[in-house]
Each structure stands twice: as C-alpha cells, then as structure tokens.
Design a protein around this ligand. Structure first.
Ligand SMILES: C[C@@](CO)(OP(=O)(O)O)[C@H](O)COP(=O)(O)OP(=O)(O)OC[C@H]1O[C@@H](n2ccc(N)nc2=O)[C@H](O)[C@@H]1O
Ligand SMILES: Nc1ncnc2c1ncn2[C@@H]1O[C@H](COP(=O)(O)OP(=O)(O)O)[C@@H](O)[C@H]1O
Length: 290
C-alpha cells in the first residue's frame, strides 16, 4: 500500500517569547498559519521488513534517525508495537532550516499518513500530543490552518483564517539554528508584539490591522547576525509589500500583499538578487491536507 501526503510550511504572523522556563525551553505566544508551499511525503508499506527507510534527494536533509519524519515513524512503531516497516520518500520544496517548519511538517504528515497506513484510528489531538515529543512546532503542523500557539508552541487553539492575500517569501542562502536564536535572545531588551490584538484583527478580518500588527521578537537576534535578512526586508518594503516580517527563527522573510499586480512587482524585484523566492497563498482553515 502507498500513500501520498502534503506537508505545508508555516509562517508566524506574530511571535512573542514570554520567559525562559526551568526546562530550558521558552514560553511562547504566537499566531501561526499554513501556506501553500509544501513538501510531498510518500509512504510505502514494507510488510516483510521491520525497518524505516528515508529517501530524499535533498543534500541538506538527513536520511537517518536525525530526520524528523523518521522520528515520527519510530515513535508510532514503538508506542503501538508495529511489527512492519515503511519507506518514507520526501520531496522537499520547503527550504531547509528556514523558519518555515519544513522538518516539523514532514514529521506531522508522516504521523497523519501512518495513522491511515497502519489503521491506528488516532484522533488529530492524539497525533498532535505524540508530535509534540518530536518538536515544539509538530503539534501545530498536525492540524494545519491558523492557530494561537502557546506553551513551548505545542498548545494549539484554532482561530479564524486570515483574509485572503499573497505571501511572498524570500530566503537568503544561509541556514539558521533555532536553538542558537533562542539562546541569544535578550528578553529584557526586546519590544513585544501584541499577539492578542493580532488574533482579534484576524477574527474581524481586518487586513490593514493584521499588516500593522505583524511582529516577531526573534527577528532582532537573526537580523543582528545576518544583515542580508535586514536587506531583504528593506527591499520587500521598497517593492511595495503591505507588511514584511521574518518567519520563526529565520532567515526567511515574508511579505503580505493584497493585490496581484503588486505581488508580481515584489516577486520580480526580489528575484533580481535572491535565488529562493516564492509567491503563494495562505491555506487558511484546517482542511484535508492529503
Ligand atoms: C522558532 C519557531 C517558531 O515557530 O520555529 P522555527 O524557526 O524553528 O521554524 C519554533 O518555536 C521552534 O520550534 P521547533 O523548531 O519545533 O523547536 P524544537 O525542535 O522543539 O527546539 C529546538 C530548540 O529551540 C529552543 N526552543 C524551542 C522552542 C521553544 N519554545 N523554546 C526554545 O527555547 C530549544 O533550545 C530547543 O532545543
Ligand atoms: N524532514 C526534514 N526536512 C528538513 N530538515 C530536517 C528534516 N528532518 C530533520 N531535519 C533537520 O532539521 C533542521 C531544521 O530544519 P527545518 O525544519 O527545515 O527548519 P526550521 O526549524 O527552521 O523550520 C535541519 O537543519 C535538518 O538537518
């Protein structure tokens, strides 16, 4: 049996860090939404072989136990004593180590897919709880859609989808370590975005307010280390994006744009100096991801 599952990227429209917790993680409060930039995960049952095989053509993606999709399969196998194997083929479209949760989304898609392939009958809530053991962003990726994420990112409250608009993404040719960005965050110095106001703006479909309220406390850390991220932000603003922000720990920058012609101008302008540029829609609500 064979299954193909879509694994979409996320962006953080608002990202606040409240404090460092005794367990070493940071307490966060953020608004996340899935976008139509996705990896494709193909699962093939290996009934005769008790192994997890990862196939990926991307040289930045590990093909062993370091792969988050591998860890998802292993977790399900061990938790439910599954005695058969699976081949997981990952076609990457989401840039790696980019602040877009590509690896987390691959893990979440693997959880959703294996739930079907192995007929486990788990709910999304149960899959999300398992996913949180793999990484903080995996729970959100299990559901997709738009949500307020709290705790270390694994406590998910669904909210309305933002009004439709374009999302133009540009990733400079650097990879960022999430752990390092959190480590270098100086909480007493940052200005905090108003996450509750962002949730309210989304609930009342107020595009202008959403654009005004975007904010990310991690931006300062990454911008300081990589001036090219600040440069992309400036250019995106200059070409006419309605709002511009770094996603997650970066380095990807996204712009929100309402009108098609403006989107084209921003996209073409960025392509002039940046290799990885995408223009996509938000996916909005929780939906059938497969
Ligand atoms: C910053 C965010 C925003 O959505 O996304 P990315 O930039 O990774 O996409 C997330 O908080 C990233 O979540 P995720 O990438 O799943 O992180 P994890 O694997 O759980 O943790 C990696 C490391 O980041 C730090 N970490 C992560 C989450 C958190 N709430 N506090 C932390 O301090 C810890 O040092 C941890 O060891
Ligand atoms: N399936 C996967 N896809 C991408 N990266 C993965 C995957 N599994 C493990 N990784 C590792 O996780 C790290 C972070 O990747 P990714 O999830 O793309 O970034 P981010 O956390 O910034 O959103 C990468 O450096 C990579 O080595």
């Amino acid at each position: 049996m064979r299954l193909s599952i879509k694994a979409p990227a996320k962006i953080n429209l608002s990202l606040d860090v409240l404090y460092k917790r005794p367990d070493g993680y940071h307490e966060v409060k953020m608004v996340m939404t899935t976008i139509d930039l996705a990896d494709r995960i193909e699962l093939v049952a290996l009934p005769e072989e008790d192994a997890i095989r990862i196939v990926s053509q991307n040289r930045f993606v590990p093909d062993d136990c370091r792969n988050l999709a591998y860890q998802a399969a292993k977790l399900l196998k061990e938790t439910f004593s599954i005695r058969q194997g699976v081949a997981i083929s990952i076609t990457k479209h989401i840039p790696v180590a980019a602040g877009l949760a590509g690896g987390s989304s691959d893990a979440a898609a693997t959880l959703r897919g294996l739930n079907k392939l192995w007929q486990l009958g788990l709910t999304l809530d149960e899959l999300a709880e398992l996913g949180a053991k793999i990484g903080s962003d995996v729970a959100f990726c299990v559901y997709g859609g738009t949500a307020l994420a709290t705790g270390r990112g694994e406590v998910i409250t669904p909210i309305a989808s933002p009004p439709p608009c374009w999302v133009v993404l540009a990733k400079p040719p650097i990879g960022v370590s999430t752990a390092e960005v959190y480590r270098n965050l100086e909480l007493e110095r940052v200005s905090h975005p108003d996450v509750d106001a962002m949730v309210r703006a989304i609930e009342r479909q107020d595009y202008a307010a959403i654009c005004r309220l975007v904010g990310n406390v991690l931006e300062e850390v990454t911008l300081k280390k990589y001036p090219e991220v600040a440069h992309i932000k400036e250019q995106m603003k200059r070409f006419g994006a309605d709002a511009v922000l770094m996603s997650g720990s970066g380095p990807t920058v996204f712009g929100l744009i309402e009108h098609d012609s403006r989107m084209q101008r921003v996209y073409n302008g960025l392509r002039g100096f940046c290799d990885q540029v995408f223009a996509v829609r938000m996916l909005g609500e929780r939906h059938s991801l497969d």
